[in-house]
Ligand binder design. Structure first.
Ligand code: NI
Length: 254
């Protein structure tokens, strides 16, 4: 069944129909979901969802946009809750230079601190990196983060760099962007790495694939991502679902 490795079901846009939506996942071929925290508050919400639903797991961590909310008490919360059996990764964390704020220095400080946490608690990581290819690679190499493993989520860089991440032990997160007309770069990445190194993700409610681009996204839309990957790799949709599910379980140690 489909494994959505990155979703944000705590988002308020799901408030109206969250229960109904999640109740229908299995009927729509979705077997597992990791709901990902992006701040101290949403990490707690992700963990609550994971406790409520058997098929949902949680990742806890803080996105570069929200590092101003971080402090050592919140880091301690991460460490304390990493042992929860439903917590499968630390993240999302990383660097995002798309806007000027928060400063690069502050982003780097908390990226490095969360890397220390992942190493301390021995969990894989979920890396968010946008417009920050060089610095992300530099920090990941310096900290030897490949030993934790995990995913470069919503991967947006070159095929060459993807292979470098794969060689270090990371998976490449592929979502709705691969279906976009302007998604050529990601299509190239999918063609150039093995299916064994790909996991699929919605990042919902964002990044809805074609033909639903611009609408609220949810895990049932991953079927369009599966079709696109099957097409690019010249394999069946069933094969894409089977291999990416296996990859996700291996990555999150489920
Ligand atoms: Ni996300």
């Amino acid at each position: 069944m489909i494994f959505d490795t990155h979703a944000h079901y705590d988002d308020e846009v799901f408030n109206e129909d969250r229960e109904e939506l999640l109740a229908n996942m299995s009927a729509n071929g979705v077997g597992h979901i990791v709901s990902v925290g992006a701040s101290p508050k949403t990490s707690k919400a992700a963990l609550e969802l994971a406790h409520k639903y058997d098929f949902i797991y949680a990742a806890i961590g803080t996105h570069p946009y929200d590092v101003e909310d971080l402090n050592e008490a919140e880091i301690q919360w991460l460490i304390d809750n990493a042992a929860d059996p439903k917590v499968v990764a630390i993240g999302e964390m990383g660097l995002d230079y798309h806007y000027d704020e928060p400063s690069k220095e502050l982003q780097e400080k908390w990226f490095r601190r969360q890397i220390e946490v992942a190493k301390q608690v021995n969990l894989p990581v979920i890396i968010h990196s946008r417009d920050a290819a060089e610095d992300t690679m530099k920090i990941i190499k310096e900290t030897n983060l490949g030993e934790c493993g995990g995913v470069i989520h919503c991967y947006s860089y070159s095929a060459e760099m993807a292979r470098e991440y794969v060689d270090m032990g990371f998976y490449i997160g592929v979502g709705g962007v691969v279906t976009f007309k302007n998604g050529k770069k990601l299509k190239e990445v999918v063609r150039n790495i093995s299916l064994d190194n790909i996991v699929i993700e919605t990042d919902c409610p964002y990044l809805s694939p074609e033909p639903h681009r611009g609408e609220r996204n949810d895990s049932t839309n991953l079927k369009y991502v599966v079709t696109q990957i099957a097409d690019l790799k010249g394999v069946s949709e069933d094969e894409v679902i089977r291999v990416t599910e296996e990859n996700a379980k291996k990555m999150y140690r489920i």
